[in-house]
Design a protein. Sequence first.
Length: 202
Amino acid sequence: MENNKIYVVLTRTKTILSRLIGFIKQDEYTHASISLDGRLKQMYSFGRKHTYNPFIGSFVEESFNEGVFGRQKKLYGLVMEIEVSAEQYNRAEALVNEFTANKNLYRYNYIGLINSLLNRESYNDYRFVCSEFVYYILNESNIVNFNISRNLVTPQDLLKIKGRITFKGNLKCFGNFKKESNESDFLQGYQYDSMSCSVECR
C-alpha cells in the first residue's frame, strides 16, 4: 500500500515583513508552505505575487530557487512530513488544485495579518496569510484541528502537528540531501546539529 504524505515547510527569510513578524511574535519561523510531494518540487502558499514588490500578495507556487526564496543565499527552515490517509491526501490535493485553478481570485490577507498580530479573530474566504492557508488545507482535509480561528494560526503553531521533521537547516541544501543522502545518514546529522544546516551544499 502506498504511503500518503503531505509536507509542511517552515522558513524565515530576511524580508522586512518576516523580520517584523519575527520581532513582534518572537517566533523562530515566519513563513509556511505546503507540498504534496517529498522532493518539494512544488510548494504552495500565500506571499509576494512579484518578487521585488512586497505590497501585492496572492496565492503563489514556490520553489527554493525562485522568487523570494531564490534571493536568499541561505534559507533557514525545516520540512515536516505528515502521514495521512488516502482520503485525506485526495481532499488536500483537490483543495490545492482548486486554489491553483482559481488563483486570480485570491489575495494576501494583510488585514488578517494585522488582526493576527493583535490576536483578533477574522477571516475572508478569498484572502489568506501563509500559515492560515496551510492550516486551512489541513483542517478542511480533517488532518489537523487547533480549534482556533484560522487567521490566528502562525507558522510556529504548525510545529504542534504530529509529524516527523525530516530536514532542518539550510533549505538551499535540500535538493542535494534528497539526491545524495539516505535518510539514516541524514538523521545522524540532524540529531548531532539540529539548529543549523546539517547537510552541506555541494
